[in-house]
Design a protein around this ligand. Structure first.
Ligand code: DC
Length: 218
């Protein structure tokens, strides 16, 4: 039998990363943070000062970029041998990632990089299109969401804890913009996959959400 895959899709700040990491660790499975691949490309685009309208060059950058991932709880990411971990989580990186993620050719190039994470004994894949496009045959699918207010509050707290300057109003606006772009794009928009378990984490603790998702796998 092929190894199991759990996909966790949802908007930013729903808690996908935290839940995915805990479950991957607990099961001894691999972990794919697909957002970090889009974020790494965003950093390459920013560093090379590529215009966001220049799709050809963005696709070239996607084809050429070499990514190295290590760790689960503390994920370290190298882009072309340079450690970019500290820059991955910023709102600027997230905003640009969301903008380049609308380009179908970019998504096509990044598809195989994501599928390469699927290895025995199992995989937890977190993103927007894990259950719909990247791993449509996954055995277990979850759609994890929360109210925009709660997600903005969580993101704000996360950024402060990481030592970044964070403004709640700006974050709320950023989240709303990103939600709209990610769910309305023509290619692989954020939608609940068929058969996915719908979990609203607005009034739930991380532990409660994990318990609910684990019931699916057991
Ligand atoms: O999950 P995240 O916030 O790290 O993702 C950053 C952006 O990357 C998100 O706003 C849209 C894009 N993304 C995507 O299009 N598809 C994915 N599977 C993951 C992320």
């Amino acid at each position: 039998m092929k190894h199991p895959i759990l996909t966790i899709d949802g908007p930013s700040g729903a808690g996908k990363g935290t839940v995915s990491r805990v479950i991957a660790n607990q099961k001894g499975w691999h972990y794919l943070d697909s957002g970090s691949i889009y974020r790494a490309l965003a950093i390459a685009v920013l560093d090379q000062a590529v215009d966001l309208e220049n799709k050809v060059e963005i696709v070239h950058l996607a084809q050429r970029m070499v990514l190295e991932f290590s760790g689960i709880e503390v994920l370290t990411v190298k882009l072309n041998t340079v450690d970019i971990t500290a820059r991955l989580g910023t709102e600027t990186t997230g905003g640009v990632a969301s903008q380049i993620a609308v380009i179908p050719e970019v998504r096509a190039v990044l598809l195989q990089k994501q599928r390469d994470f699927s290895q025995a004994p199992g995989l937890v894949a977190d993103g927007r299109d894990m259950g719909t496009v990247v791993f449509p045959d996954a055995a277990y699918k979850v759609f994890l969401t929360a109210s925009a207010e709660k997600r903005a509050l969580r993101r704000h707290k996360q950024l402060i804890e990481k030592g970044f300057n964070a403004n709640l109003e700006q974050i709320t606006r950023g989240i709303e913009e990103r939600d709209l772009r990610d769910s309305q794009r023509a290619t692989a928009p954020l939608v609940q996959a068929e058969g996915a378990l719908y979990v609203d984490s607005t009034d739930k603790t991380v532990e409660q959400v994990i318990k609910e998702v684990l019931l699916l796998i057991l």
